[in-house]
Design a protein around this ligand. Sequence first.
Ligand code: NAP
Length: 277
Amino acid sequence: MSDHKIPLAGVIGAPIAHSKSPRLHGHWLRTYGIPGHYVPLHVEPDDLETVLRTLPKMGFRGVNITIPHKVAALEIADQISDRATLIGAANTLTFRADGKIHADNTDGYGFLENLKQGAPGWKPNAGPALVLGAGGAARAVIVALMEAGAADIILTNRTRPKADELRAAFGKKVRVVDWVKAGNAVEEAATVVNTTSLGMVGAPEFRVPLDGLRPGTVVTDIVYAPLRTKLLEAADAAGCITVDGLGMLLHQGVPGFERWFGVRPEVDVNTRAAVLG
Ligand code: NAP
């Protein structure tokens, strides 16, 4: 990789047109006056490895990886961060000068930074943390909660075996309860995190009983379309501290941008406005 090339980065997925990452990184490139570009790249699974081996030769410093390539990217990478190994998926690749591909997963980092920024008094050990859902995002959220010091994570998922798998992977700090008992777990929790797609535009509504929400409980929804989900509205009405999911998306982009473009970007109101367009 030679220094005279214009620094390039991008996001790889299929489909990719909906991605907000080009807006996010484009905003930061303009804000910091960096003469680089960040582009959406539609790549089919069969082409992923060839594309990843070719991009560095074209001046790309790295890429974000999204659906459906997050697991495959980890398999292609030459070096893998501990947190990407734990999560079992990659969302941030950096092309090193020696030709090696470094894989990281910054979703959990983004989740935690968003929570700290949105609920500055949040304490990981104030009481049980309830995680709803056991998909890819839940893995990142659980790893992040454990890294932050949460010692009691209640996990519930419509398909129980998937939650049991995560319990087996992450150990005794995670306890699984049946999806039909999610409402009881809400009563017990000091932190509630929705990692399911419920409540997202185009997905079914979030119907977990929320009568047990207590004032002061920190409630965050990683769904960010819409920004104020029904869960967050109900939590606001119950006197909870609520944090929307957009900040997770913004913060997860920070480590990649810093590695590729050499500046650690701020996540502030202007960043949010730029991404919301
Ligand atoms: P995923 O791997 O497909 O997992 C989807 C989860 O939603 C599973 O736990 C699934 O349960 C649950 N679910 C889906 N339909 C359901 C229903 N009708 N009833 C109950 N549970 C249902 O997806 P993901 O990658 O984890 O993403 C989940 C959500 O997080 C998406 O909305 C995504 O946009 C959002 N997200 C946001 C960020 C951010 O930066 N804010 C980052 C990543 C993801 P089953 O196992 O029973 O199917």
